[in-house]
Structures are given as C-alpha cells and as structure tokens.
Design a protein around this ligand. Structure first.
Ligand SMILES: *Cc1c(COP(=O)(O)O)cnc(C)c1O
Length: 388
C-alpha cells in the first residue's frame, strides 16, 4: 500500500506483539482452547463490564449459541434489522425460528417503533444490530422487551468498544447476551473469531456447554485436572470454540483497542470536516452521545443532487485508486430471503431507500493522514463530477 497505489477498503493492524504471542502458542504444546483463550475471555469480560464472556470462532456462532441456549426454536419469532449481514438472519433460521424484519430509523439502526409493530404472541427475542458501531436506541428496545416478556440479544459485530449512555456495550444486564466479531475487517481481529458476553450465569453456562459439542468438561479442564479422561455429552452441541492460536492475537488486539478507536475517530473527524459542506454528500449519523465505535464510515449520497448512481460513484472511486464498499445490501434483496421479503409485515422501505445512497469509505488505524486526504479528495472530485 504505497502512497501512489490503491488504497484498500480495509487493512488489519497487526503488531509484533501479536506475532510473538502466536509463535509462543505454536511452541507451547497447546494449540486449541486453553490458557490464552481463558485469559482473553477474562480480559474481555473486564473490558466490557460483563461477568461472563465466552470466546467463539465467530460472532455468528455467538449469536447462534445465545438463541439456542435461550431455547429459541420452531414456532418462535425473532425480530431483527434488514440492514445487517446475512448471518444475523441465518442464525435465527438455524434454530428453526422465524426471522421478522423491522424497518430502520434515520440513524440506520432498527427503529423501536417498527419493532413494536412487529411484536406478536410468538415473539421471543429482539435482535438489534449496532450498525457501523453506532449503538441502537437500547432504552426503547429494553422497555419493549420488558413489557412483552422478551429476551434481547445484541449483534455487536461492529461495536467492540462502543458506549451506550457512556457505559460499555455489554455492561447492561437487561440484554441476555451480546455478540462481538473479531473477523479480519472488524475493530479488533483474531482473523476469525468472536465473543459472546452475558450477565446471566445459567445462560453463560448453557452457551459454554453448547459451544463445545455439549460436553461437560473441555479438554483444557481435563488436562489441568491431571489428565482426567472422563466427560459426558449433555446435549447435542456445536463446534464453536476459539483456539489459543486465535486468542493469542486477540489478547494484544484488545489491549490496543482504545488506541484504535481514537485513530478511527480522528479519521472520521477529518472526513466530516471535508464532506460537511458538500451539498451532494451527507455525513454519517453520530448519535447524541460520544459512544460510537466507528467501525464504518458510511457516507450518504444526496442522489437528488447527483446525476450518477451509487454504483457509478464507487466505480469512479475505484478508478481513482480508492476501495469502497456497501453496508449492507438489505436482507430482503438477497435471493435466500425471497420468501421472507414477500411477507407484507417484513416491508422495510426505509432500509431499501437508504441502501441506494450509501458508500463505506476506508477507515482503519494505519490509514494515515495522507491516504485519508487522498480518499477525501477523490470523494469530492467524484461528487463534483456527478453534479455535472
Ligand atoms: C461481521 C458481521 C457478523 C458476523 O461476524 P462473524 O464474526 O464473521 O461471524 C454479524 N453481524 C454483522 C452486522 C456483521 O457485520
């Protein structure tokens, strides 16, 4: 990634600490879930302020475990956002429950009023997604959950390090579980991985058992118990554990997270200053409080002031050496969810309208001022060209 080269949409930030720790794991004689995973769980739990944290091999796995351990199944309904990655919906389907889509509000997050309209006697769980790292309006969502006797499971894939009402996401016991992603592009990474936190000891234990084949005692526990060989399979489980090799990366990424967040915000402030006065551009919503984790910078185009489409806008950025993306192609537009989209109650006109005008720009530690400047220059140039 030299100054004249292509600026990719994302690049992970991996330091010597992560590399040394991975090598130490490789030399240690213990590769899978063990001491480093346990340490990662403890440090993550402390960081977000939750009593229980379970390391998993993806955020998708964490969401699935939460729903499964809550006993969600056929006949149940789970309400989520159409503006999300497909796996938020897949995990609902995999439990046998029915996904229900609520429309989004101005901030791009699920709209509590739309959620309320979708609640039926079959609803069991509300599954808000903190899009781009901006916390959802949780007070309203928790109030709905309490009034209707529902569980809340948060998809915090984008929101590692986000604060809601000045407290860490994951620190509030009103949510049954919160799932975070450490996928390669997320705010911190383990290449692939995730964490699911909870304030409910029984639910946390249920997720831990289901996470590793439904087995009563994991291999590390048996090893530290002087090589005890006996375990019992309590229920048919999944294979969702995180390895020590991945946790080795996560331990150091977590220690760098607050620094990463500060760098992200710096780039966001710079982009905002450059784009704020362009009448063809709309800067991303920031929320009322300073808790945004800024996983994504989702620029909004004012298409009524442009003669080019969003697709053309991205092509023109690419021609100028800038990688951009779209978060997200709304759930109802994918062939896999055709049936879901055909049901009138899942109508999401606001999500479909927003989709037409969103562009995610490069935003990551290590992007640097000069490259951020190149991105902003290119965006303004394409906007000027698009106005014609
Ligand atoms: C990335 C992502 C996920 C899935 O995370 P994995 O760790 O890749 O399973 C879920 N929801 C959203 C909104 C995401 O962006």
């Amino acid at each position: 990634m030299n100054e004249d080269g292509f600026i990719p949409f994302h690049r992970p930030w991996i330091g010597q600490e992560e590399i040394d720790e991975v090598v130490a794991v490789l030399k240690s004689g213990w590769l899978t879930t063990g001491p480093r995973t346990r340490q990662f769980e403890e440090e993550f739990a402390r960081y977000v302020g939750a009593p229980h944290a379970l390391a998993v091999n993806s955020c998708t796995a964490g969401l699935h475990l939460a729903l499964a351990a809550l006993g969600v199944g056929p006949g149940d309904e789970v309400i989520t956002s159409p503006m999300t990655f497909c796996s938020t919906v897949h995990v609902i389907t995999h439990t046998g429950a029915t996904p229900v889509l609520a429309d989004i509000g101005e901030d791009g997050n699920i709209d509590p009023q739309s959620v309320e309209e979708r609640i039926t006697p079959r609803t069991r769980v509300l599954l808000p997604v903190h899009l781009a790292g901006l916390p959802c309006r949780m007070e309203q969502i928790w109030a709905l959950a309490e009034r209707h006797g529902l569980h809340v499971v948060e998809d915090a894939a984008h929101a590692v390090g986000a604060r809601y009402q000045l407290r860490m996401l994951g620190s509030d016991p009103r949510s049954a579980a919160v799932a975070f992603s450490f996928y390669a592009t997320k705010n911190i990474t383990t290449a692939e991985g995730g964490m699911v936190t909870s304030h409910n000891a029984a639910l946390a234990e249920g997720m831990r058992v289901l996470c590793l084949h439904g087995i009563s005692k994991d291999a590390w526990n048996r090893y530290t118990d002087k090589g005890s060989w006996y375990y019992e399979v309590l229920e048919p489980g999944f294979k969702y554990n995180l390895s020590d090799l991945h946790a080795a990366v996560g331990l150091h990424q977590l220690r760098k997270l607050e620094g990463f967040l500060a760098e992200r915000r710096k780039i966001v402030n710079y982009y905002n200053a450059r784009f704020r006065d362009d009448d063809a551009l709309e800067i991303p919503p920031d929320g009322a409080e300073p808790g945004h984790a800024w996983h994504l910078y989702v620029l909004r185009l004012r298409l009524e002031r442009l003669r080019i489409s969003r697709a053309r806008f991205i092509e023109e950025l690419k021609a100028r050496g800038i990688g951009a993306s779209v978060h997200f192609i709304p759930v109802p537009l994918h062939p896999a969810f055709r049936q879901l989209a055909a049901e009138p109650r899942n109508a999401c006109p606001r999500a479909l309208a927003l989709y037409e005008r969103i562009v995610s720009l490069p935003l990551y530690p290590g992007l640097g001022e000069r490259r951020a400047e190149r991105v902003a220059d290119a965006v303004l140039e394409v906007a000027a060209m698009g106005r014609g």
